[in-house]
Every structure is written in structure tokens, then in C-alpha cells.
Design a protein around this ligand. Structure first.
Ligand code: SF4
Length: 252
């Protein structure tokens, strides 16, 4: 599902009637709910961004002209963005559940991520305030061990640089996973050690204070990281309060 919100008046909070945006169709949703905050003068015209999103929605590169193995299923890009969202959730790639539903982070991992961020589902899925753009827009398939394959490299090569040039208003980036961390630290010329351990990378958050855009490296909120979270209590004690303050500032 590609979901897009154009600048307009802020959506009224707590409207359960807005749930249809979470439907299972792969559609380009042009919605009116958005922030009253003025866009930066450098922001592209909304029509340009909408046109780019429509091109992404129609993308079939990994099926028709792949760089490696052909995508074994019909592509279904799943991203959510707007020209007003100042907060970006940058993950890896949709899993099969997201591929089937079109709704990212609609699982226990998403619940934990929202808890870390201190936001409700309503805020999290308000693309006027929160963009969700993974490193691969489509589910990449499974490997032999039934794990998810890495994000398709075609996606970054084709779309990401162009897309983020058109989203200059993004100020805070929650980078989840190595692919998103390497890309966003790299494109913003922030020193990044690709061999750094996760605790060192996440633990370097103070080095980003005051920088805009600010990239905050996070562990994946999956249960698979429960042991990491247990070994690193400073994440809950120090990083989560900082994260909530950053998120609150970015969605205000
Ligand atoms: S993963 Fe990206 S490049 Fe590949 S088909 Fe989907 S949108 Fe296109």
C-alpha cells in the first residue's frame, strides 16, 4: 500500500472512522489530513511528489528487470509518506504479513515500536506526521531457512535518493536495522562504522544531539531482540526517554 497525504488542515484526533486507510488494497491514497505547519520553501510541489509516488506504485523492476533473482511474486510497494511528515520510520523491507495486508508494523513488533516512541496507532499511521519508508518497498521473499531476504537492492538504486531529495522536511529518522542505518547515516554524511556492534551504534545517540536531520539507530523491536534488550538496560533507561522526546517534538 502506498499511502500519501497532501498538505491540508490537521486531521482531528481519535477518529476511528479513519481505519479504512489500513485496508488491504494496494492503492494510492490521496488524503487531506495533514499538519498546518508550513512546508519548507525547498519542499517540492506536492504534485511532483504525488507523481513520484505513482511511479513507485507502478514499479515492477524486481519482477521484470531484476539485478539478480527475479522477485517470485507480484511487487507490492508498501510505504507511507507526505510532504509534511517530519518524522521518518526507516525499516528494512515488508515481511509477508505486510505484503498481504499493506499495513506496516501492524504486529507485536509494531506495538513495541509504538511503545518505545510513545505514540498511539492513530498517530503512527497518520502519514501527515509520520512517514514509513523501508529500504525495500516490496516483500523480498524468503531464504532457504524461511527467513526474510534482504531488501531488494534495485529499490535503493532506483528510488531512495530521488525520494529523499523530495522530502527535505524530514528532521528525525528512526533507523531500524543495518540497511536503513547504513543508508541514512551515509546519505547525510554522518560517520558510520558498518562493523560496529549494535550496542555501540545505538549507544552513540548522544553524538547526534542537535543535528538535523537527526538519525537515531534503533534495534528491531522484534522479540528476537529481547535478549539484547535485557543485556542493555541503558536502552530503556536512557534511549527511550530521548526517543520519546524526539518523537514528540517531530510530530508536534
Ligand atoms: S522492491 Fe522497489 S524496485 Fe523492486 S519492484 Fe518493489 S518498488 Fe520496485
Amino acid at each position: 500500500m502506498l499511502s500519501w497525504a497532501r498538505p491540508a488542515r490537521r486531521r482531528r484526533p481519535d477518529s476511528t472512522k479513519e481505519k479504512p486507510e489500513l485496508n488491504v488494497k494496494t492503492t494510492l491514497a490521496v488524503k487531506g489530513g495533514a499538519s498546518t505547519r508550513a512546508r519548507p520553501s525547498s519542499a517540492p510541489d506536492s504534485a511532483d511528489l504525488k507523481a513520484l509516488i505513482e511511479r513507485i506504485e507502478a514499479c515492477r523492476i524486481c519482477r521484470d528487470a531484476p539485478q539478480g533473482a527475479r522477485l517470485p511474486h507480484e511487487p507490492r510497494p508498501v510505504i507511507r509518506l507526505s510532504s509534511t511528515a517530519r518524522l521518518l520510520v526507516a525499516g528494512q523491507a515488508p515481511g509477508v504479513r505486510v505484503h498481504n495486508t499493506g499495513v506496516p508494523f501492524n504486529d507485536p513488533s509494531g506495538d513495541r515500536l509504538r511503545e518505545w516512541m510513545g505514540v498511539s496507532r492513530e498517530v503512527f499511521y497518520d502519514e501527515a506526521r509520520v512517514a514509513i519508508i523501508p529500504m525495500g518497498f516490496c516483500f523480498p521473499g524468503h531464504d532457504a531457512a524461511k527467513g526474510d531476504l534482504p531488501p531488494r537492492r534495485e529499490c535503493r538504486a532506483q528510488w531512495h535518493d530521488t525520494l529523499f531529495e523530495m522530502l527535505p522536511q524530514i528532521e528525525t529518522i528512526l533507523a531500524i536495522g543495518r540497511y536503513a542505518q547504513a543508508y541514512h547515516f551515509g546519505r547525510l554524511n554522518i560517520p558510520y562504522d558498518k562493523n560496529a556492534r549494535l550496542d555501540a551504534l545505538v549507544g552513540s545517540w548522544r553524538e547526534q544531539e542537535g543535528r538535523r536531520p537527526r538519525v537515531i539507530a534503533l534495534p528491531h523491536p522484534s522479540w528476537r531482540n529481547n535478549a539484547w534488550l535485557k543485556r542493555n538496560p541503558w536502552f530503556t533507561e536512557e534511549v527511550i526517554p530521548m526517543l520519546r522526546a524526539e518523537v514528540a517534538r517531530a510530530i508536534a
